[in-house]
Design a protein around this ligand. Structure first.
Ligand code: FUL
Length: 634
């Protein structure tokens, strides 16, 4: 027997005496489907609002818009999609039909569709061009299909459902794999409805659309498609704001509809309930403060990369949810250069943030390792760059810590932690310490009040420290913790990524304006507002001199309340304060979900006075306005 064989036998004998491989723990509570898991790992993708509203300067079309307006001479889906790809986005969702009911693909379900537009001689198909471009650029394609249809004569009656189900079927049959379908929650209200021009209420959306049936239909056509909204009957739902954040702690597991709908900061039950479901949140927002659709002169309202990072990305993806970021196409069918600039800079900032993990390959020591099996469940799993492997403790051990010794001292200010969510979301509270000047210093404390969640991932902004040792302390968990990764990251220096300058246009200077009834509507401050107990209610403003004006903007009350929030108006102008001309009347769309400033254009008119009449409010019988701006004709 030669030397090599003998040592081989000794090694085999020794291995036999070592601890045997431990079994993985049983899942705890609800777990994501394979599709939900893949979807959560996409993190972020684009939303593209592009349709007839793009041409009317509105957020919500009424349903009577002329399809002839749609003629985007420079539309190039590939150019748009490659911009998203370059920014690092993993997919895009297109508004194939918004509330105005206009279908941007040649549907057989309604006449109100793109075949009636001059674009490509009525042979265009925006959904197809986006789907093909996504395939080419290797990002995923999804569709938004508004349930509310302000054009369809049958809306609110059973007949509409055939139309709607047909639209779902067409989009899920003819455009390749759809990664997500979006069912907007805005429903019912006034509209054109085939000429009826009336208000239609549908009662409970879940009952009217029969989302249980919708889910079945979709599962039959594309079982891998993530179903968003649909009264939470699908896989994912709204994050609760249109500002792009979710609340923290953030839990993907819910015991009932009310729990999901509340979307509130809450503690998770220590013991999983039998009826728990996995429904993840998706935070939605626009890259441009002007709204979901493109609006003229919106360039100055783009959100800068630092805001996108701190207020949007870190509070959505960084809390464990997904982010859908809207970048609207303009009337030519192109993205706004200012939006593209901000997107690319934010994309670069995100890349830089994730580019260096100072914890990679650190040496880990854990307080407890499942079955003593370091090979499969040891602390090194936290830093091996493999999202599937994880550190895990013995069953019943729901607290524990891991100390990571870095190869060399590093300076970081973001700590990312991820759970192996295939086994459920478990951790209810944790803390992070750094070894500084010979002692442990807590750089991210526990939250005994609400606890802290992890889930797919959590990115914590911590006090910047330089250290070569970091400790993760799991202090509360529903079952033995299963932590797949811990990363130490550094936020980039935004001054080097140069954000687009904020150059918001507020219109005519107001220093000579006078208004006895509503000074707060013209004080230049969005946090104060004019309020009246009734609607209609008006106020008149003397602008001090005659100007040729062509548009105005209205900012709704910004205190988070919708009570008495005006959403219909009349605007009149006068040169002398005696003879008045109505230049515009209508609706401010989507204020409940997204109470932002809205711009309204009217024919250029010479005026010294304007009279704003609030004619209706979303809730209550009063009226309000935080600010009115008036813009000169160009
Ligand atoms: C909202 C809609 O009403 C908006 O117009 C927009 O499409 C947004 C994404 O969802 O609820």
């Amino acid at each position: 027997m030669n030397h090599k064989i003998i040592s081989g036998i000794i090694a085999a004998l020794l291995a036999g005496t070592a601890a045997t491989a431990a079994e993985p723990p049983a899942p705890c509570g609800a777990v994501p489907t394979e599709q939900q898991l893949k979807w959560l790992r996409m993190e972020w993708y684009a939303f593209v609002h592009f349709g007839l509203n793009t041409y009317t300067n509105k957020e919500w079309g009424y349903g009577d818009e002329d399809p002839k307006m749609f003629n985007p001479s420079k539309f190039d889906a590939d150019k748009i999609v490659s911009t998203f790809k370059q920014a690092g986005m993993k997919g895009m969702i297109y508004t194939a039909k918004h509330h105005d009911g206009f279908c941007l693909w040649p549907t057989k379900s309604t006449e109100h569709n793109i075949t009636k537009s001059p674009w490509k001689d009525g042979k265009g198909d925006v959904a197809k061009e986006f789907a093909d471009a996504c395939k080419k650029n290797k990002i995923k394609f999804g569709v938004y299909l508004s349930p509310w249809d302000r054009n369809c004569a049958e809306y609110g009656k059973p007949g509409y459902l055939d139309v709607y189900y047909k639209q779902i079927s067409e989009l899920l049959t003819n455009y390749g794999p759809i990664f997500e379908i979006w069912f907007d929650g805005a429903n019912g209200g006034d509209g054109y409805y085939g000429g009826a021009k009336e208000r239609r209420n549908i009662g409970k959306a879940d009952d009217y659309y029969n989302f249980t049936k919708v889910v079945e239909l979709i599962r039959g056509l594309q079982p891998k498609c993530i179903i968003w909204g649909a009264a939470c009957r699908g896989d994912a739902t709204w994050g609760g704001s249109e500002k792009g954040f979710v609340l923290y702690p953030y839990w993907n597991v819910h015991t009932n509809q009310g729990d999901i709908n509340a979307r509130q900061k809450r503690k998770m039950d220590d013991t999983p309930a039998k009826n728990e479901r996995w429904v993840s949140f998706e935070a939605d927002t626009t890259i441009n403060g002007a709204g979901w659709f493109w609006h003229p002169n919106q360039a100055g309202r783009v959100k800068n990369p630092e805001h996108l990072m701190n207020e949007v990305y870190m509070k959505s993806v960084g809390y464990g949810a997904n982010l859908i970021l809207n970048v609207a196409a303009n009337r030519d069918g192109e993205l706004d250069p200012a939006d593209v600039d901000a997107l690319q800079r934010f994309g670069e900032a995100r890349r830089q943030l994730l580019s260096t993990d100072f914890a990679a390959k650190a040496k880990g020591t854990a307080s407890n390792v499942r079955g003593g099996d370091k090979k499969n469940f040891g602390a090194s799993k936290l830093v091996d760059g493999d999202i599937e492997s994880y550190w895990c403790t013995d069953d019943g051990v729901t607290t524990g810590d891991v100390v990571l010794k870095l190869a060399k001292p590093a300076t970081f200010d973001v700590v990312r932690v991820r759970e192996q969510i295939r086994l459920g979301q478990r951790v209810q509270d944790f803390a992070i310490d750094a070894w500084v000047n010979g002692a442990w210093e807590t750089i991210d404390a526990e939250d005994p009040q609400n606890g802290k969640s992890i889930g797919n991932q959590v990115m914590r902004r911590v006090k910047p420290v330089t250290t070569d040792q970091v400790r993760l302390r799991i202090t509360k968990s529903r079952a033995c913790p299963c932590i797949s990764e811990l990363s130490l990251l550094k936020m980039p220096d935004f001054s080097k990524i140069s954000a687009p300058a904020d150059k918001q246009d507020t219109g005519l200077a107001k220093k000579d304006w006078k208004c006895a009834e509503a000074p707060k509507a013209i004080d230049g401050k969005a946090d104060t507002f004019w309020h009246a107990d009734k609607a209609p209610a008006s106020f008149t403003v003397d602008m001090g001199a005659v100007h040729k004006v062509a548009s105005f903007s209205y900012t709704p009350r910004q205190d988070g309340k919708v009570q008495d929030m005006t959403d219909r108006y009349t605007m009149e102008l006068s040169k002398d304060g005696k003879a008045w001309k109505k230049v515009s009347e209508g609706e401010f769309g989507n204020l409940r979900a997204n109470p932002i400033e809205q711009h309204i254009e009217f024919p250029a008119t010479e005026a010294r006075y304007f009279r704003f009449t609030a004619t209706r409010s979303i809730e209550g019988s009063g009226s309000s306005a935080a600010e009115i701006n008036i813009y000169p004709a160009k």
